[in-house]
Design a protein around this ligand. Structure first.
Ligand code: A4P
Ligand code: MG
Length: 177
């Protein structure tokens, strides 16, 4: 009998934290991603410091965020992967103070192969990727020639996305804090 092993999917995960020693939260989540079944981290963006997004209500009183992006290869399907991300979030005692509020760790599926979909559990690519400097610039560190399915070429999207004070801090493992 022939065993057929499909190629793994290429997926980009966004990591964000602004509570309880964020660089350590990012480091821990990155390691947890690499330990997921049938999954490995093949590249990361390094660590970035970013200003919190301003909500429609104009609320900005929360700490700055630490952000990073990981490129993973996985044989988990999109929903299986989403469940695993929620498991990692819970393991890191995620507290969520409202939509867009401060959090110990937030893991979003930014891009999953070339899938474009929108249902009650999952929007792919993640809604808003093309406006977020803390997503586009880290993605650019991994692959400057990337195309975001249905949204455009990363190079073009970045031209219309101000850095808004985004700072590159160096490698995730090397950053002291
Ligand atoms: N969901 C749908 N699509 C996806 C996807 N592609 N990846 C659903 C992950 N989840 C997805 O998410 C709520 C629901 O979205 C999930 O149950 C899932 O089924 P959540 O993470 O539980 O809630 P949330 O994080 O409060 O909402 P959301 O919309 O994910 O918020 P965002 O967009 O992640 O924004 N400022 C800076 N500088 N850096 C940040 O990282 N992050 C946020 C959170 C706000 N401001 C920020 C940052
Ligand atoms: Mg989220």
């Amino acid at each position: 009998m022939k065993v057929v092993t499909a190629d793994p999917s290429i997926v980009y995960i966004g990591l964000g934290s602004n509570l309880e020693r964020p660089p350590q939260q990012i480091r821990k989540a990155m390691r947890a991603l690499d330990e997921l079944p049938q999954t490995r981290v093949v590249a990361d963006s390094g660590l970035f410091l970013s200003k919190p997004m301003v909500t429609a209500a104009g609320q900005t009183t929360q700490p700055d965020y630490y952000n990073a992006v990981a490129r993973i290869e996985t044989r988990l399907g999109p929903y299986e992967l989403l469940d695993q991300l929620h498991r990692i979030e819970h393991a890191q005692h995620r507290k969520r103070m409202g939509h867009w509020g401060p959090r110990t760790i937030d893991l979003d599926i930014l891009i999953y192969d070339d899938i474009q979909m929108n249902d009650e559990r999952l929007t792919l690519p993640h809604a808003g990727v093309q406006q977020r400097e803390f997503v586009l610039y880290p993605l650019h560190n991994i692959d400057s020639s990337l195309e975001i399915p249905g949204r455009g070429m990363l190079d073009d999207l970045i031209k219309h996305c101000p850095q808004n004070g985004l700072q590159y801090l160096g490698t995730i493992e090397g950053y002291e804090q």
